[in-house]
Ligand binder design. Structure first.
Ligand code: SAM
Length: 219
């Protein structure tokens, strides 16, 4: 049996989900809790309203609907494989959509980052690399490091597999099963570190407990 590399790559996936009003479900549900958690992780790392935030793989703005009211107007930027998904979030989830210019929502599945500012203070990729094969994660880390060398704070999540257990499917602490060869993907901390080193990033694993057993890293 063959599996698509990501559910998000199934032809017509976004159109169907949006037509059915499922913009919250397709980023993983747990809407309030996960949006609040992401904002609190960023503020715990020092984010203030005057800072500029880039949300990579932002989906339907589960974080954006909390971050846009918090940040100064125009200080939130987002990318995703589907701009339509972000626009739906802007239209129906933001208390005041005018605080977020539509031009700040960039469709980009290749980590090319067109039309984004030369400096951002904070970047977050939450629940993104969990859906990408390791080669794409490595590419994303490299492009992010090149594009925004710092100073800046970059937070992202992955699923980890213990060394020696990475080649089989694995049940994570809160029950989700991750895989070495299809989404949701896992990788070892050593292989993630090697990718980061190749990209010129230094990672610190964070102690936070996250939904579905994801692990948070600071780069
Ligand atoms: C699990 S959702 C998480 C969304 C958001 N970060 C959140 O926490 O609500 C994963 C998101 O990654 C996006 N995505 C998948 N592949 C991508 C790629 N190659 N580049 C950018 N976004 C991608 C999907 O469209 C989806 O919105």
């Amino acid at each position: 049996m063959t599996h698509p590399p990501s559910p998000y790559l199934v032809p017509g996936f976004y159109d169907r989900a949006l037509a059915e009003g499922r913009h919250r479900d397709i980023v993983g549900g747990r809407w309030e809790e996960t949006g609040r958690l992401q904002l609190s992780l960023l503020t715990a790392h020092g984010m203030q309203p005057r800072h500029r935030l880039l949300d990579i793989g932002a989906g339907s703005l589960r974080l954006g609907c909390k971050a846009v009211p918090y940040l100064d107007p125009g200080h939130y930027h987002a990318t995703d494989a589907s701009r339509a998904l972000m626009l739906r979030g802007r239209a129906v989830e933001l208390p005041d959509p005018d605080r977020l210019p539509e031009a700040h929502l960039i469709e980009d599945a290749a980590f090319a980052f067109p039309g984004l500012p030369p400096h951002v203070d904070y970047l977050i990729a939450f629940g993104l690399f969990t859906h990408l094969p390791p080669g794409d994660t490595a590419l994303a880390l490299e492009r992010i490091a090149q594009r925004w060398p710092g100073p800046r704070v970059f937070l992202f999540t992955v699923f980890l597999a213990p060394e020696g257990q990475e080649s089989a499917s694995l049940r994570q602490p809160d029950g989700v099963v991750t895989h070495p060869d299809r989404p949701p993907w896992h990788l070892t901390e050593a292989s993630l570190s090697a990718m980061a080193t190749a990209a010129g990033l230094t990672l610190t694993r964070q102690p936070d407990r996250l939904p579905r057993g994801q692990v948070l890293f600071l780069a």
